[in-house]
Design a binder for this molecule. Sequence first.
Ligand code: AKG
Ligand code: FE2
Length: 309
Amino acid sequence: MTEPSTLTQGVQCVSKDTPLVEILAHMKRDGGVIIENLIAEEDIDKTNEEVKHRLAQDVEWDGVFFPKETKRANSMIAVSPTYTQTQLMNPTFQAICAHFLTTRHWFWWGEERKESVSKPYVSSCTAMEIGPGAKAQPLHRDSFVNHTWLPEIEAWDDERDKHRESEIGMMVAGCKVTKENGGTAFIPGSHLWGTDRPQPPKAQDTISVCMEKGDAFIQFASTYHGGGSNTTTDQKRLCYATFMVRGYLRQEENQFLAVPKEVARRYDRPIQEVIGYSLSDPACGYVEQLDPIYALRPELLGEARPRDW
Ligand SMILES: O=C(O)CCC(=O)C(=O)O
Ligand SMILES: [Fe+2]
């Protein structure tokens, strides 16, 4: 493996043409990696434009997870086609997710030994704008939604850990992100921690993920992290958070209700499949025992009939 370009206090910062195998190695070791310039600046500008009216309409969160100064825009697939095409479907992000979140199992079907492959799909898509004065989020693992129980490990092992992670998240910088304006606080290596650790994660173990507009921070959902505090008086920190989940687990954001059918119909088939209009093989997600794509696009049905898995 070639030497990584920059070491930023426990998280590597790499260029977008870094070989996939190297990016995967950083994830396995540190739990996350920053990819510079992953999203083109003009696509970020267009996305920022498409989302701004929704951020303005946001209602204040009741509780501590999002401070009152933070504005969110959910249902990003419905809100911003530019976000969907350039961030959700980014080939590097999708390749990382396919690597860590594709599930392969086999089962007996009478005498036959059948193999089945379940591909990841989207879990949630949210814009997050942290306003001046916002306090830091509580440190957490995003995988808390998946009820995963993790044993403590010293280092990643490809064979043993192939089912370990439930989700992968990507934070894309919609503006320059600094420690001062609320860069994500992140504990490198915390994906290796067991669920049963008796002590809570500590703020002094975090580093601040600083990014230029268009950079992306990709992390396992098992890493401890949280939105940072915004100590500025005049800067808003805008990031786009995208999560992918194993195909047989429930989505955090219900995409079938969050994205109106007529909006989903306008996207192309690979995007529709990532939204959830596809089967998690062998048999999860059907409608009338058929691939759910036919419920969205009946014109494709043709002679298709329910069949064995
Ligand atoms: O805003 C951030 O930097 C992180 C947000 C986050 O971790 C979350 O909402 O789960
Ligand atoms: Fe989080």
